[in-house]
Design a protein around this ligand. Structure first.
Ligand code: FES
Length: 120
């Protein structure tokens, strides 16, 4: 398995903020954003909301969720599922690893969630 792609330094994204990653860097057709929860934890999700065309990186990030800026669906940062309407489909998650002061992304590899799911 790959070692991932270095996409940021830990201090590049403040808690409660997000960074849209260049698709040339992630080598994906769809933009991926790096989200930093208010507790400092990093997550990566597809940037485009599953409801309509809105950038989730422009949403409100708090307590393990990001709220879409257009119609306010909240998505779980850990597994991408919508927590309320109007979105009904999840957004894809991508595995993130923090190693020292660097943040690494594994595009296309689903984030590990605490349900026993194994990705390696
Ligand atoms: S575009 Fe995100 S909830 Fe409608």
């Amino acid at each position: 398995m790959s070692d991932g792609i270095r996409v940021a330094a830990v201090d590049d994204v403040e808690p409660g903020e997000a960074l849209v990653l260049d698709t040339a860097l992630t080598a994906t057709a769809d933009a991926i954003s790096l989200f930093r929860d208010d507790d400092g934890t990093y997550y990566a999700l597809d940037d485009t909301c599953s409801h309509e065309d809105a950038s989730l990186a422009e949403g409100w990030i708090e307590a393990g969720e990001v709220e879409c800026p257009l119609h306010a669906t909240r998505f779980c940062l850990a597994d991408g599922r919508p927590m309320c309407l109007p979105a009904t489909k999840p957004v894809r998650t991508h595995r993130v690893e923090v190693r020292g002061e660097e943040v690494y992304l594994f595009p296309g590899v689903p984030a590990q969630v605490e349900t026993g799911q194994i990705n390696s």
